[in-house]
Design a protein around this ligand. Sequence first.
Ligand code: TXE
Length: 477
Amino acid sequence: MNVLNYIDGEMRAAQAGAVLDNVNPATGAVYGQIPDSDAADVAMAYEAAAAAFPSWSVTPAEERFKILNAIAEGIDGLRDALALAESNDQGKPLWLAKNEMIRAAQNFRFFATAAMQFSSESHAMEDKAINYTLRTPLGVVGCISPWNLPLYLFSWKIAPALAAGNCVVAKPSEFTPVTAAMLGEICNAAGLPKGVLNIVQGLGGKVGQAIVEHPNIKAISFTGGTVTGKHIVGVAGPMFKKVSLELGGKNPNIIFADADLDKAVKTTVNSSFMNQGEICLCGSRVFVQRAVYDQVKSALVEAVKAMKVGDPLHAETRVGAIVSKPHYEKVLGYIELAKAEGAAVLCGGGALYPEGFEGGYFIAPTILEGLNWDARCNMEEIFGPVITLTPFDTVEEVLAMANATEYGLAATVWTQDLTRAHKVAAQLQMGIVWINCWLLRDLRTPFGGVKGSGVGREGGWEAMKFFTEVKNVCIAL
Ligand code: TXE
């Protein structure tokens, strides 16, 4: 399936005419082309967005609500087609893609209502003065998203930016371009005025770089790798752009001996291997209290060995293909490194070649044990179907290991002891802590990480605040 850029409400090829191949990771075959856009296409997208801004920024909230809601309905209406496109593009199981399309629609619906609810604050100074806060859209903003949850994360950025009255130049990952292009058509059908959203396809180093460098794009909302995030800050910082970064994670999943172990194991299988482990929130370091270590280990290994790996379109598939050849090689490289670091492979441990999909990028879900807590495979983000198992004795010991990486995105804690749950949650250096659950999301809550996992928070008012400029007006009484 070939895709085009969506600029000023129209589908366009890159101005220079260049294209990139798009590969289906389940087969390894090229199945379409995307524009290999460059700075000239970003400039064109910016001009369209800047022209649309004066009108969109003063469009009544109720009208923005209606349009964003119509986009949500458009996504719902095309759910099956979008999910199939996402599965072919990304390698994820089709059933999972269908769930993610529900969330993509929810993102638009949620921020449609935010447009109606967002309001200013006021601070009275007794009888001296009253302050009120004006919040205005920033102008044209840039949204750059990754390949793991393509439309889900793209919409998570675009919806609040539009709800707050901004116009957007957006770039999906070059590895997963198709549903973003389909979103352009959905926006036209929903009556989004032309130029309000522009989607430029192509490489990060060309299109992403041009968005970040553009002197008049006021803010960058980015989700992706920590190395890229660092680079973006280096470019955008001296330009005093607002930047929101959601980066990688090396998330601890801590199972205490008093936990509901059946539930903990069942959820751990998901939190470790959902979407082939390619979710920034996946728990990749599983710490198990020694008294139940052997029991949890054998239950986990048994459950993971039973997972069906292969054809993403098959209803029973639990683990699909890795998104791209370079990423597949990176993950396999880490498995080899773990072996060299002394890990014992409890299951998986290498590539798989499912029948009919021999050219695809499949990796067997892998559980490793016996690594030092500070081995590279326990410290660096692998972002694939690979977890490490480590025993612990005390709360202090597991907290020290959990907090030892450069990342600080999310943690999961399993215990029935309420006091311990609260204390551990408070001491984990993470932006998000789940107790006795994983990936339970209320879209109003702040979402993001600390340390190398990013800067800023998304979700609810956090996103609306990020995408607005604030001015305090003080009136003497
Ligand atoms: O991501 P990139 P990559 C982690 C994961 C993965 C690693 C690298 O560990 O192995 O990052 O993945 C665009 N200016 N995560 O290299 O490149 C790019 O085109 C502006 C975690 O594939 O960061 C894409 O649209 N943009 C993560 C987006 O950045 C640039 C999800 C993200 O891709 C750019 C993905 C530049 N100079 C990977 N260079 C998460 N937090 O969920 C690239 N891009």
